[in-house]
Design a protein around this ligand. Sequence first.
Ligand code: GLN
Length: 535
Amino acid sequence: MPSTKYIFVTGGVTSSLGKGIVSASLATLLQSRGYSVTIQKLDPYLNIDPGTLNPYEHGECYVTNDGAETDLDLGHYERFLNRPTSQANNVTTGRIYQSVIDKERRGDFLGKTVQVIPHITDEIKRRIQILGNTGEFEIVITEIGGTVGDIEALPYIESVRQLRWELGDDCMVIHLTLIPYLAATGELKTKPTQHSVKALQESGVQPDVLVCRCEHSIGEEIKRKLALFCNVKKEAVIESLDAETIYAVPILMRNQRLDEVVLNRLNLPVEDNLDLVNWKDFLYKLKYPKSEIRLGLVGKYVELQDSYKSIVEAFIHAGAANECKVHIVWIHSETLTVENAGKHLKEVDSLLVAPGFGERGFEGKLEAIRYARENNLPFLGICLGMQAAVIEFARNVLGWKDANSTEMNPKTRYPVIDLMKEQKKVKDMGGTMRLGACDCDLVEGSKVREVYKRKQISERHRHRFEFNNKYLDDFEKAGLKATGTNPDMGLVEIIELDNHPWFVGVQFHPEYKSTVANPHPLFVKFVEAIIKASK
Ligand code: GLN
């Protein structure tokens, strides 16, 4: 196999320009031309992983099959490419330093002074090439978090400089920048981009392609100007206009021929084989839905919707599969009370109670679930949402008034959700939850068995607490059934309510596995049930 090609994506001018989406879109185009591609993200912060960061800091923490707690951009990579990522796809400065310091303690550096260059940069370069060295991928796209000029990003940019030198033509750099529009003078401004390219050049890195985010078309004149000032070919100045949906970005990038520019630069053939038929079909269904539903999403970070990124995207996929527009109505769990839960939920056709941690807003989640259970409102509970459904049932159907999770009340008389024995010993909070893919057996005749159409499934987990099997019989006799269990540990992974149009709680996170090519069956069938129930 010829050598792996490396594409680096850096950012300039400001953060949040969508490097993740541009990387995923380019990868989608290359994959649609038959290339095997993967994307990885280098995060310059010092945490080992984002698992211990709260959603205000970092949005959703995405989980891979192998149990890595990662940046939410990995979710985009999987959703666009329909290919799983792993621990190797997300590297942080914390992890880099940890391995270098571990080596130092082992004496691996043989008495040398350990320095940023070459020891940290060598470790960065080694990590960058792990996926390429598996031989599985022809092209590895590496997104560098943060913005050029950030102090934390310096060792990464230096590593890119070294790799460009070592890999020659097998390596290229795409720089994503912003072309702001000054309404007062009606002008698009290129100076911030010129400065950020200069900052990159000062670090010894010359970008090959500029992707320019803009609200208004930049036109030929600005492309010519940027090409001249930034040492790039004019056709390599790519306009990236704001899109209606992130899923339209591959098409916008195609229209600007980003894929061709990249393949030419990497000396790879550009054949007439680009296949975007299914992608365009998905976009069409997204744009022209035939029905609409309103889903109430209850959580405590509703003002920060990135916290529920994968759930929102899973509903976009499932909506398109049903040719239905899913309107998400965000409901803050802290505002829900016994008195007003009904009023809030009368406005929606269905309820989703989101994953979460801690006591804040928890009682409001229980009220929402009670309303859904009593009023036949289709309900899906994910992780903490499933645990809340169990607690609500224990309190209001079984009559165990102080039933709770020991996460919320360690002294409860009815710990219907509790820590597993192994979890009780845990002292370090980072990376110690039940994480990653686990098998789950589905009960014959259950709703989920119909949904998945299989006996065994595998889904990803991220939690410490579990259903307490001591109470299983009481629940089942009263009508709340365990319809999915872990074959190795007997843990309850799914609960379902009898005599309800759709009441399902899952201990795992199905949202992580939904992709454009493969919308998740649980979301697809949930949306289908909502459409049916709201007719
Ligand atoms: N806080 C709960 C637990 O740790 C649920 C976690 C979640 O919703 N991801 O078990």
